[in-house]
Design a protein. Structure first.
Lengths: 112, 112
């Protein structure tokens, strides 16, 4: 089975800190995604990548950046964390277009 | 951009009863997918139904798709307490390589 691993389940950071959320998948998937999930708002797409060194903005990219230097790893970066970035962050991958997504367990980030 | 809209937002039933959740969407799709999320965890793929399919079964799950009405339903038969979770529909657009778009989910509670 595909495994998508997110580096931390829970993370507490201070306002203004630079935060790295790491995601690794082990099945050679082309596509990788970062979502955030907030109560009542569902999943919202932050950034995605269809290939190494390629990235595309999702619906809410402001305040975030991403890096995909290797196919298996997709990192989400909060350049200067703010309290409104407190959320559950979900990484996902898929083999190709129109196929199902495999999700990591999520990172609950609290910014104080 | 939220495409799928689940209905109801929350559903509470007794163990053994059937649970039906509905999803409506707005644009043409290649396929529609249903996912499940246990509290505080990542999403797990349940079933994918293509635009040329009308019904699909997987164990106690039955999914229907009506592309003329742009709607889908997920039926869970003989529900169990372990089915308690949030259920999300997600649509894959028919126009090219685009990310899945998720609805806000239905929160299902199955009472033993």
């Amino acid at each position: 089975d595909v495994k998508v691993t997110q580096s931390s389940r829970y993370l507490v950071k201070r306002t203004g800190e630079k935060v790295f959320l790491e995601c690794v998948q082990d099945m050679d998937h082309e596509n990788m995604f970062w979502y955030r999930q907030d109560p009542g708002l569902g999943l919202r797409l932050i950034y995605f990548s269809y290939d190494v060194k390629m990235k595309e903005k999702g619906d809410i990219p402001e305040g975030y950046s991403v890096s995909r230097e290797k196919k298996e790893r997709f990192s989400l970066i909060l350049e200067s964390a703010s309290t409104n970035q407190t959320s559950m962050y979900l990484c996902a991958s898929r083999r190709a277009t129109n196929e199902k997504l495999f999700f990591g367990s999520g990172t609950q980030l609290s910014v104080l | 951009s939220q495409q799928g809209e689940e209905d109801p937002q929350a559903l509470s039933i007794q163990e053994g009863e059937n649970a039906t959740m509905n999803c409506s969407y707005k644009t043409s799709i290649n396929n529609l997918q249903w996912y499940r999320q246990n509290s505080g965890r990542g999403l797990v793929h349940l079933i994918l139904i293509r635009s040329n399919e009308r019904e699909k079964h997987s164990g106690r799950l039955r999914v229907t798709l009506d592309t003329s009405k742009k709607s889908s339903s997920l039926l869970i038969t003989a529900s169990r307490a372990a089915d308690t979770a949030s259920y999300f529909c997600a649509t894959a657009s028919s126009s090219g390589n685009t990310p899945l778009v998720f609805g806000k989910g239905t929160r299902l509670s199955v009472i033993a």
